[in-house]
Design a protein around this ligand. Structure first.
Ligand SMILES: Nc1ncnc2c1ncn2[C@@H]1O[C@H](COP(=O)(O)OP(=O)(O)OP(=O)(O)O)[C@@H](O)[C@H]1O
Length: 261
């Protein structure tokens, strides 16, 4: 589904992503882990066209995308969420999700201004699709509430719904469980699994090692902008270089998870 080869990004003298190669297979959940500042979000920003890479190539669904603007990459079927929730807090849950379908409609601005029938029909379709997606992420009945009034965990669901509304082939989630309690992490894990169950391929950046190990089919590890490991979760996180580089020192949680597997 996605193939990155030798992807590099520099900010002045800092090489944030250094020659990273990564393959994402159709239908899998891939976890991207690594310490703070390892380059994970920068890598997402490159995949989604927010940053242009200084080197390397990326193909998505068989087409090169590394030179495309973000809206074209989104239109090709790659959507994402952000580490810091980016919702229109005063607007309704429904309107926030409808934003995810912006650019997907074809009638155009004049048709909307003139109130043409095609624009009305499109608006109805966008609303229906958004409502169905809201239900899918478990927020049925909350459509008219202001997004900012929802709990943190539910706001993340709205973010995911916005990315999911256009039915992407590939969904990138940047720390979907950040700041969540154990129950919310479990609910988010279930939701991600259900999304994959409907055929969406998922890559997620995550700090919660136990969650990654339980959820992901494969894990890739970035350290100082370089990929140091890639493979089946339990074996990757048990590698001494991963334990040391990722955590700085052997960590009891990781060792316990590895030993348990
Ligand atoms: N726009 C930018 N300008 C300059 N430096 C940047 C920029 N974006 C990221 N960096 C730097 O690139 C490095 C990688 O940052 P990045 O946010 O990608 O790491 P990360 O692995 O996502 O970290 P975290 O887990 O803390 O979110 C860091 O040193 C960061 O300061």
């Amino acid at each position: 589904m996605l193939k990155a080869d030798g992807v590099t990004k520099r900010f002045g003298g800092l090489t944030a992503v250094n020659g990273v190669g990564l393959e994402v297979r159709k239908g899998e959940i891939l976890g991207l882990i690594g310490p703070n500042g390892a380059g994970k979000t920068t890598f997402f920003n490159i995949l989604t066209g927010i940053y242009k890479p200084d080197g390397g190539t990326i193909s998505f669904d068989g087409r090169p995308i590394h030179a495309l603007p973000s809206f074209r990459i989104a239109r090709a079927g790659m959507m994402r969420t952000f580490q810091n929730i980016r919702l229109l807090k005063e607007e309704s849950v429904l309107d926030n999700v409808k934003v995810g379908l912006f650019g997907k409609t074809g009638s155009g601005l004049w048709a909307a201004i003139l109130g043409l029938r095609s624009a009305k029909r499109e608006e109805e379709e966008v609303t229906a699709r958004s409502l169905a997606t809201i239900e899918r992420v478990g927020l049925k009945g909350r459509e008219r509430e202001a997004a900012g009034s929802l709990s943190y965990g539910d706001q993340r669901r709205v973010e995911i719904a916005r990315a999911l509304a256009s039915d992407p082939k590939l969904l990138l989630l940047d720390e979907p469980t950040a700041g969540m309690n154990a129950a919310e992490v479990q609910e988010m894990t279930d939701l991600i699994r259900a999304i994959r169950g409907k055929g969406t391929t998922i890559v997620l950046i995550e700090h919660n090692v136990a969650m990654v190990t339980g959820l992901c089919d494969r894990v890739a590890v970035l350290v100082h902008g370089e990929k140091i490991a890639d493979g089946e979760p339990e074996s990757v996180i048990a590698k001494p270089e991963v334990v040391e580089a990722y955590l700085g020192k052997p960590d009891e949680e990781v060792i316990a998870v590895a030993a348990h597997s």
